[in-house]
Structure formats: structure tokens, C-alpha cells
Design a protein around this ligand. Structure first.
Ligand code: FES
Length: 154
């Protein structure tokens, strides 16, 4: 008798593969990453972060149904979390939340975790860059003010 290949797949995986949550593209975002996994499939994440909290998250994948399930679960786990907490969501967290995956496709969860982390890192790099630009602007203004004061004291 032949065994049913879907027999060992959790209902959560099937549900997220059929109806991925947060699937799509964000046009207004401040964190983004696109990664090609070892299998050749591509996953992409967009984040909208406000006050260090992930307000919106979207993903797309051109991979298998398992990668959709993993991207969906990673997005669900990340939404509403602080950027620091979302950045440490790992492959095992996604696998546990999905109720496990067949071993040969566990790498789909790694691709989702890596892409989510890269999007968090991108947000942090953008935020740091923005803070540095603000500091530079403040220093320039302070310097200009001093020069004006020096000139008026002549
Ligand atoms: Fe490549 Fe699922 S992400 S096989």
C-alpha cells in the first residue's frame, strides 16, 4: 500500500501554504531584504517599523508551498514585535510554530528566518544612517551658528 505524502504535514503548514498571511509587497517600508536560498528559490521581505516596532510586514517567495508557509509564519511571528525580538526569530522558531516540516524541506524555514533577519538588519542600518545624518546636520548648524556669532562679535 502506498503512503500518503501529506500524512505527516501539520494542518498549520497546509493552512499557511494555502492561505499565506502577509503575502505581497509593501510600497511604504523602511526595511527590505531579498535572499536566494541554497535551493535557488527567492524570498523577499518588507518591513514598516515605527518606534522600533514592526507595524507591517509582507513577503513574497517564488519557491514551493513550504516556503510560502514558512514566509507566512515568519511574518506572523514578526508582526507587532520589536525589531530586536524579530531579528532573532530563527529557523527552529518557525518550524515549531508550524508544527514541523518534513526534514528535506526544513531549509525553507531557514530561508524565511534569514530573509526576515536581513530585513531587520536593513532597517537598523537605515536607522543608524539616518541618525548619523541628523547628527551631521546638527554639527553643521552648530558650526554655522558659531561662525555667525564670531562674525557679529567683530
Ligand atoms: Fe526552496 Fe522551499 S524554499 S524548496
Amino acid at each position: 500500500m502506498e503512503s500518503d505524502p501529506s500524512r505527516d504535514i501539520s494542518p498549520t503548514v497546509i493552512e499557511h501554504a494555502r492561505r499565506p498571511r502577509n503575502n505581497g509587497v509593501l510600497s511604504n517600508f523602511n526595511g527590505h531584504a531579498c535572499i536566494t536560498g541554497a535551493c535557488g528559490d527567492i524570498m523577499e521581505f518588507w518591513l514598516l517599523v515605527e518606534d522600533d516596532i514592526i507595524k507591517r510586514v509582507r513577503f513574497i517567495s517564488d519557491g514551493c508551498g513550504f516556503s510560502d508557509a514558512c514566509g507566512s509564519m515568519a511574518a506572523c511571528l514578526a508582526e507587532g514585535k520589536s525589531i530586536a525580538d524579530a531579528a532573532v526569530i530563527g529557523q527552529q522558531d518557525i518550524l515549531s510554530a508550524l508544527g514541523g516540516l518534513p526534514q528535506e524541506v526544513e531549509h525553507c524555514a531557514l530561508l524565511a528566518a534569514n530573509t526576515l533577519k536581513a530585513a531587520c538588519d536593513d532597517y537598523l542600518a537605515n536607522a543608524t544612517h539616518g541618525m548619523l545624518a541628523e547628527q551631521e546636520e546638527r554639527l553643521r548648524n552648530t558650526h554655522a551658528l558659531r561662525q555667525t556669532q564670531d562674525l557679529t562679535s567683530l
